[in-house]
Design a protein around this ligand. Sequence first.
Ligand SMILES: Nc1ncnc2c1ncn2[C@@H]1O[C@H](COP(=O)(O)OP(=O)(O)OP(=O)(O)O)[C@@H](O)[C@H]1O
Length: 272
Amino acid sequence: MSTAEQRIPPVTTASSPEPAPPAHRPPALPHIRVADVAKTYPNGTIALAPVDLDIREGEFVSLLGPSGCGKSTLLRIIAGLITPTNGEVEISGSARRAFVFQDPTLLPWRTVVKNARLLLELEGIPKAEHESRVAEALAKVGLAGFEKSYPRGLSGGMRMRLSFARALALRPQLFLMDEPFSALDEITRETLQDELLEIWGVDGFTSVFVTHNLYEAVYMSHRVVVMSPRPGQIERIFDIPFDYPRKPELRATPEFAAITQEISTCMREMKR
Ligand SMILES: Nc1ncnc2c1ncn2[C@@H]1O[C@H](COP(=O)(O)OP(=O)(O)OP(=O)(O)O)[C@@H](O)[C@H]1O
């Protein structure tokens, strides 16, 4: 793909309008059922052997595994960006989806506020809502006050925050993230993990998060899905036994060390 605009994937919205829920009840969050999903690319690469996975409403699930194990392929199939060779993905309800990728794909000629508005424009969200949605999203990611800046004036962490704001402005019910923090330094990465969890704690979207980073997966998730390569498949699913909200101190506890050790052992053993 040649331009940043082309690289921003489409965001799917409800095709058939549903009755508005009563004001006192928030709309149901999506539940995802991946059934017997496999993918062979046209060049013959078997990226995914048949996999089954259920992701519950409002759950935060990470896909973890070595390079080439099919994490991005599975995420993109769930997102509806590529079609599986076999099997199906069912997403309950009328999930508004949003995506964030490792590359923030900002438009350098647009200010922060105009970048944050981009998906609202592409998705045809009524103009009257843009200003309030963008202001709300920028405030959530801590970019209020930077509206008139350009991407070149932002740090790597701020660019990623803007990428999140652009997605959050859609008010997603299903949030799909592909290694969003992998290009950032460790401190920025941990800060953004906390910020994302805080936003998720308030907004409550169902989250599927791809990462190479075991510590990040454990810190963020209800469950960590460990995948193995050649062909990509689900090796094991770990329940992460920590309550939310999670605090940075969790990373230094023996319990955190124990579960990361257990997952690390599983990943080492599957390499043999
Ligand atoms: N468009 C494509 N055409 C052909 N092969 C592909 C394509 N996309 C991915 N693959 C191959 O499919 C396999 C799984 O790739 P995928 O990107 O899903 O893995 P991943 O676990 O996300 O890897 P990484 O962590 O390196 O991003 C790899 O062998 C990759 O080379």
